[in-house]
Design a protein around this ligand. Structure first.
Ligand code: MN
Length: 290
């Protein structure tokens, strides 16, 4: 059965993360939103924006995380990542990075050096995926999801392309391993393309339109920048593109535990947040140069 729409909304006015990411924050933004989108916890969206060439580092310097995962998806431009667990990588267009902060990590996120020097359009998303209590202290991990690694399949006679970053689309499994079920699909749809996206009935499910207009849930089209949250009232989302469109489909099993968020830490209790701050101040997250 097709899911209907609970609400459609836009993100907050843009703010700067460091000096390289001019993002709109999508959630938590509404009452109970963290429950309605769990396990996804935060979504920052940098819509396509041109950056002038610079010889300086542009982005956000070394900072900690604990208790969750950051997932960065690039559509245009390139982002470089380095962390205190010794991982590093470059995320280019069509690629993603799945970083598990778990027990704690320091990392920095910059425009990739040659991209910063040349300047150009950056279009990207960062999503925070919560970890359940039993995995919050898992060792830090890094998954580089290259273009070649993304599992993709044409749909609607080639009018559309479904690219699976994590979870699955029908029988096609994405490359990222996750701690709880989380489907993340990059949809590239030509005008008129229709796609049916399976989602178990209890999974929290949403579609963010990044380019063009996409009709879903039996309503008029959502435009670029609009986020559609679906009711948990069916096992499929039906989407139809009206233009050359890009959209991100999120569907995940909710983590039903108390959640306390403070800055870069997402834990279950206030005591655990205080412990994270103490551990960070005591240098227990390791070290990393900018
Ligand atoms: Mn970060």
């Amino acid at each position: 059965m097709e899911r209907s729409i609970e609400t459609v909304f836009r993100g907050s006015p843009e703010h700067w993360v460091g000096n390289g990411f001019h993002v709109s924050n999508y959630f938590p933004s509404a009452t109970d939103f963290e429950k309605r989108m769990s396990p996804f916890f935060l979504l920052d969206y940098q819509k396509p924006e041109r950056y002038a060439p610079t010889a300086r580092k542009r982005g956000v310097g070394t900072h900690p995380h604990r208790g969750f995962e950051t997932v960065t998806v690039a559509y245009q431009g390139s982002i470089a990542h380095r962390d205190s667990a010794g991982h590093g990588g470059i995320i280019g267009p069509g690629e993603a990075q799945w970083m598990t902060a778990g027990a704690g990590v320091l990392h920095n996120e910059y425009h990739e050096e040659s991209f910063a020097k040349a300047g150009g359009v950056l279009h990207m998303i960062q999503i925070w995926v919560n970890l359940p209590r039993r995995h919050k202290r898992t060792p830090a991990k890094y998954q580089d999801i290259t273009r070649e690694a993304v599992a993709e399949t044409p749909v609607d006679g080639g009018k559309g392309l479904v690219r699976v970053l994590s979870g699955a689309y029908e029988d096609l499994k994405g490359p990222a391993s996750t701690f709880t079920p989380a489907h993340m699909l990059d949809l590239r749809l030509k005008p008129g393309a229709r796609v049916r996206l399976p989602t178990p009935k209890d999974y929290n499910t949403a579609l963010l339109v990044l380019q063009g207009r996409v009709k879903a849930g039996g309503r008029k089209a959502a435009e670029a920048g609009e986020f559609i949250l679906f009711k948990n009232d069916g096992d499929e989302v039906h989407a139809e593109a009206l233009d050359d469109s890009i959209a991100l489909f999120l569907s995940g099993a909710p983590i039903e535990e108390p959640l306390v968020h403070y800055g870069p830490f997402v834990m279950n209790t206030v005591d655990e947040i205080n412990e994270a701050i103490e551990d960070f101040n005591a240098g227990k997250f390791g070290s990393l140069k900018d």
